[in-house]
Write a protein that binds this ligand. Structure first.
Ligand code: AMP
Ligand code: MG
Length: 477
């Protein structure tokens, strides 16, 4: 079998942007899980032990070069200076037949020159959450980094309490973040910035000129924000160092999906002001893009940059509205749709109705038959305001001659039955902490196909039980 082929282009960039590093392997490593990406990336020649030793930094593959990259960023709206991969190590860029260039990065591999006061480690709790959510987002059709494998170690790690250590291998075409550009710009490294821009352009945005590339980045970011709002995903730490240049979800930390609909939900308990609250995310997307576009002011006229940035709210609105129409099962577009959708969200918010459960229920609604939602009313009571909203919905559906059966079919393809509820992640974390992998594997199968029925998991599609709500998720990971 052919050995994996590496092409490490990041190292062609100026030295300022990265450092060579040596991972510190986890003690007594255990391979808990490997995804199908192993085959898809052309790594089948490695058996499980070899894969584990490689990812744990105990074995090198031919052609591989390990680096940590230097970046900077704005954290919670404030310039944070130099940051960098403090616990993530890139093992190189694989050239794969199926997915093109894919960088393999391990997270939790020990200290790097950018660890600052951190220990370079990751805990089982945060690693399992990132592992599950990456694949859940993929299943939902939301652009995201993927994962290849999860390892645990016997090393103990100090966070709020002592926790056990783990490592994930994540996969993406590139680790480039807004923060790499901010680094060069703010430290006035002009030649480095030029090299970085040329690199990003030629490898990841080969079509058109530099303006085309920036337009594409703005568009992808707007699209990502629309996706997040559409599935109720709250990232929690939208600092510019956590923004991918490719517009994919990256750096899962204290994220959460809406369970009860709370539009100003804050999923990161260190975010006291709600800067990254659920309903702020699209605004923060624009703020972050502005930080990125500033870095291009020596290369693109300022008025052009302004114009490109100004396109963002329109792209976001159109994308989000198109997704909302699908969520409601409309096949045509009416002027009133946005208002109808926002009014519904307000009702869901005021009544604290489970976001995912509601839209899945609505997928079985029959025109002018509120009883088709009887299970929902059994849980939440009479919901007068929802009933009046349904009268408007009936009218809208009748206007386009909507067919109950056809609509149900298309709505169930966009309104997931399953999302990664915090308590589900918690159940899996506890099982992995015991060294088990069955729950993790079983949940991945559900999350890869969240629109399917999975009757044996029925209870997890219901609103989160009261006693399992209100997990506080901190930034510590
Ligand atoms: P995050 O909030 O996870 O995106 O991390 C922000 C910055 O802190 C990044 O530069 C990380 O590499 C770094 N960092 C987070 N946790 C650790 C850790 N345990 N050890 C070293 N660096 C860390
Ligand atoms: Mg980060």
């Amino acid at each position: 079998m052919e050995s994996p082929q590496f092409e490490n282009t990041f190292q062609t960039l100026p030295n300022f942007l990265f450092e060579s590093v040596t991972p510190t392997p986890l003690s007594q490593p255990r391979l808990i899980h490997v995804t199908d990406l192993k085959t898809e990336l052309g790594l089948s020649a490695l058996d499980d032990d070899e894969l584990m030793q490689w990812l744990n930094g105990e074995r090198m593959l031919t052609g591989e070069q390990r680096i940590a990259t230097r970046y900077a960023g704005h954290q919670f709206g404030v310039w944070a200076g130099q940051l960098g991969d403090g616990r993530a190590i890139s093992l190189g860029e694989l050239i794969t037949p199926k997915h093109g260039r894919q960088e393999i990065q391990t997270k939790g591999s020990g200290e790097t020159p950018f660890s600052r006061r951190g220990d370079g480690r990751a805990v089982v709790r945060s690693s399992v959450r990132e592992y599950l959510c990456s694949e859940a987002m993929h299943g939902l059709g939301v652009p995201t980094t993927r994962v290849l494998a999860l390892l645990t170690g016997s090393d103990q790690v100090q966070r709020e309490t002592i926790e056990s250590s783990a490592l994930i291998a994540r996969v993406f075409p590139t680790n480039l973040r807004f923060g790499h550009f901010e680094l060069c710009y703010h430290f006035q490294k002009k030649a480095e910035l030029k090299a970085l821009i040329d690199y990003a352009k030629s490898l990841f945005f080969p079509k058109g000129d530099l303006e085309t590339m920036l337009r594409e980045i703005v568009k992808r970011t707007a699209l990502l924000m629309a996706h997040w709002q559409n599935v109720g995903f709250c990232h929690g730490v939208m600092n510019t160092d956590n923004m991918s240049l490719l517009g994919v979800t990256i750096d899962y930390g204290p994220f959460g999906f809406l369970e009860d609909t709370i539009l100003d939900h804050i999923c990161n308990h260190t975010d006291h002001e709600g800067r990254y609250a659920f309903d702020q995310q699209h605004n923060i997307g624009a703020w972050n893009l502005e930080r990125l576009l500033v870095c291009f002011k020596d290369f693109v006229p300022v008025e052009k940059l302004r114009e490109i940035l100004d396109s963002y709210p329109y792209i976001f609105r159109d994308e989000y509205l198109a997704m909302s129409r699908k969520k409601l099962g409309f096949t045509t577009a009416e002027e009133e749709d946005q208002e109808l959708f926002l009014d519904l969200l307000r009702v869901l918010h005021d009544e604290r109705i489970d976001f995912t459960y509601f839209f899945r229920s609505l997928s079985s609604y029959q025109i002018a038959k509120p009883d088709s939602l009887s299970a929902l009313f059994d849980i939440y009571g009479n919901l007068e305001r929802l009933r009046s909203w349904l009268l408007r919905y009936d009218q809208r559906l009748l206007n386009e001659n909507s067919d109950d059966l056809k609509r149900s079919f298309s709505m169930k393809a966009v309104n997931p039955k399953f999302i990664l509820r915090n308590y589900i992640a918690q159940e899996v974390i506890e099982s992995v902490e015991k060294g088990e992998s069955e729950r993790l594997s079983a949940w991945l199968q559900v999350l890869y196909r969240p629109f399917d029925e999975h009757p044996e998991f029925e209870k997890y599609s219901q609103p989160t039980p009261k006693e399992l709500k209100h997990f506080e998720v901190s930034c510590s990971s």
